[in-house]
Design a protein around this ligand. Structure first.
Ligand code: SF4
Length: 444
C-alpha cells in the first residue's frame, strides 16, 4: 500500500456534460421525463453484495450506506436529488480537491490526479464514490476508478488503439469489422471513467464531437446502405448517459432499417449510475425490441442494493442482460472473487458473457495478468458451478483480429478412433469420434 496523504485544495467545479449539436444535454435533461419511483424490492437474499428483488412491493429507498455518504459529503442534497441520475452526473467527482475530502489519497494517486495530461481524466459518480474504501488505495473498486502513477508508464506492445478500431472505421464514430455487425460509438461521455478503458483515446476527450447529430446521421446512412449489417452495437463512451429522447430518436432510426435485426447496448451505467435505470428509460428501451444489453461488471462488490434494482428493472423490461468483465490484476484475478461475481450476476438475471483478457492499452501493465490466470479461473468455474455462470474467456486480438476464445486443455489427444478428454476433476475419458473413425477407415 502506498503512503496516504490528504490534500487540502478546493473542489473543482462539477464536470459539464457535453451534448448533441446545438443542444446541450442539460437542456435535454430539463425536457426529459421525470424520474419515477424506483423499482419495488421486498426480499433480500442472505448476501452482503446482492439482493434478489421481487415484483410488486413498495418502492425502495437508497441503501443506508448511500444515505450516510450523502449526508456527510452532500449535506444540501435531498434523497430525491441523490436518486436523480442528472444530479449524479452534475455532481461527479472530477478533481483531487473533491476526492481528497472523501478519501485519503496515496502519494501515487495524488501524483496521477494532478498530472492529468495524457491519461483519461478522473471522473466518478457520487454513488460509485460511496462504495470506495476511504483508507485503502488497494481496494478493488478504488483501483478501477482512481488514477495511479503507473498509468503514465508505457510498456512494450501497448497502444492507444490496441484493437485497431480507427483502422476499421468507414465513417467517423462507426467501426465495421465483422461483416454482419457494426459498432456505433454514439458518445464519448461516461459517467465514471475506468482506468483500463480500451477507448481511453476518446473517452472524456471527444464528447462533443461523438454525440453529434450530423455524425449520427452519417453512421446511420452507412448502416442503411450496408445490407449485410444485421446487428448494431451501441457503445461509446456510454450510450445510457444520453437522455431518453436522444436514445429514443436513435433507436427509432435504427429500427426503421429493415435489415437491422438486432440492437445491442454496451454500458456500465447500471453499475456506476444505477439511478439512471428509471422506469421511463425502461419504457423507452422496451419499445425497440429485440434489444440486448451487455453490462460492464468487474467485481462482486458492485452488486449493491441499488444495482440489483437496476438489473431487475431492465430484466423486467424484457431486455436480455449479459455481463462483460475485464480480468484485472489485484481486482478480480482469483477463482474465489470471480465465483462470487458470477453467482451474484446470475442471481440478478445477468448472464456472465465474456471474461476479457485486459487489452494492452497504454499504461495498463499494472492491470494485466498472465493469460494462464484467466485459464485458471475458467478451470475453477467450469464444472464447479452452474454452466450459465461460466463466461467465455477471450483475448481481443491486437490489431483487429477479433475475439479469440481460450479454454483449459480438456482435449488430451486421439487414440485411434477415440478422442481423449479430461473432465473438471482431472479424470480422463474416451469418446468414439466418428470423424476419427472415418479418417482411420479411409486410411485402411
Ligand atoms: S464505461 Fe466503458 S467506455 Fe466508459 S470508461 Fe469505462 S470501459 Fe471506458
Amino acid at each position: 500500500m502506498e503512503e496516504n496523504v490528504c490534500l487540502s485544495q478546493e473542489a473543482e467545479p462539477p464536470g459539464q456534460h457535453a451534448g448533441l449539436t446545438g443542444l446541450a444535454l442539460d437542456e435535454l435533461f430539463q425536457n426529459s421525463l421525470a424520474v419515477p419511483a424506483v423499482t419495488p424490492v421486498t426480499k433480500a437474499i442472505a448476501s452482503r453484495v446482492f439482493i434478489m428483488p421481487s415484483r410488486g412491493a413498495a418502492a425502495c429507498k437508497p441503501s443506508p450506506r448511500s444515505q450516510s455518504f450523502r449526508k456527510q459529503y452532500f449535506p444540501d442534497a435531498s434523497a430525491a436529488d441523490w436518486n436523480d441520475w442528472r444530479w449524479q452526473i452534475r455532481n461527479r467527482i472530477t478533481g483531487a480537491g473533491m476526492l481528497s475530502r472523501m478519501l485519503w489519497l496515496s502519494a501515487g494517486e495524488e501524483t496521477a490526479i494532478q498530472a492529468r495530461g495524457g491519461a483519461i481524466p478522473l471522473n466518478i459518480t457520487p454513488y460509485y464514490t460511496s462504495l470506495l474504501d476511504p483508507m485503502d488505495p488497494d481496494q478493488s473498486l478504488r483501483r478501477m476508478v482512481v488514477p495511479v502513477s503507473a498509468e503514465f508508464e508505457r510498456s512494450r506492445d501497448e497502444s492507444d488503439d490496441p484493437l485497431g478500431e480507427d483502422h476499421d472505421s468507414p465513417v467517423p464514430g462507426l467501426v465495421h469489422r465483422y461483416p454482419d455487425r457494426a459498432l456505433f460509438l454514439v458518445t464519448g461521455f461516461c459517467s465514471t471513467h475506468c482506468r483500463y478503458c480500451t477507448r481511453s483515446r476518446m473517452v472524456g476527450k471527444h464528447e462533443e464531437t461523438l454525440a453529434d447529430r450530423d455524425r449520427w446521421e452519417r453512421a446511420i446512412a452507412y448502416i442503411e446502405n450496408t445490407p449485410a449489417v444485421r446487428d448494431v452495437l451501441l457503445s461509446g463512451g456510454d450510450p445510457l448517459t444520453l437522455p431518453d429522447e436522444a436514445l429514443d430518436w436513435l433507436l427509432s432510426r435504427l429500427r426503421a432499417i429493415p435489415h437491422v435485426e438486432l440492437i445491442r447496448i454496451g454500458t456500465k451505467v447500471p453499475v456506476v449510475l444505477p439511478q439512471r435505470i428509471t422506469s421511463g428509460l425502461c419504457h423507452t428501451l422496451k419499445r425497440h425490441h429485440p434489444l440486448w444489453m451487455s453490462i460492464h461488471f468487474a467485481h462482486p462488490d458492485e452488486l449493491t442494493f441499488e444495482v440489483s434494482q437496476a438489473c431487475n428493472r431492465l430484466a423486467d423490461a424484457g431486455i436480455p442482460l449479459g455481463s462483460q468483465t475485464v480480468l484485472l490484476a489485484g481486482v478480480n484475478d482469483s477463482v474465489e472473487t470471480m465465483k462470487r461475481l458470477v453467482h451474484a450476476l446470475v442471481m440478478n438475471r445477468v448472464r456472465p458473457y465474456y471474461l476479457y483478457q485486459c487489452d494492452p492499452i497504454t499504461g495498463s501493465a499494472h492491470f494485466r495478468t498472465p493469460v494462464a490466470k484467466g485459464i485458471e479461473i475458467i478451470e475453477g468455474l467450469r464444472g464447479h458451478t452452474t454452466g450459465y455462470a461460466v463466461p467465455t474467456y477471450v483475448i481481443d486480438a491486437p490489431g483487429g483480429g477479433g475475439k479469440i476464445p481460450l479454454l483449459p486443455g480438456y482435449v488430451l489427444g486421439h487414440d485411434d478412433q477415440y478422442i481423449r478428454l479430461r473432465n473438471y476433476q482431472g479424470r480422463t475419458f474416451r469418446y468414439p469420434d466418428l470423424a476419427a473413425v472415418t479418417d482411420s477407415e479411409a486410411r485402411v
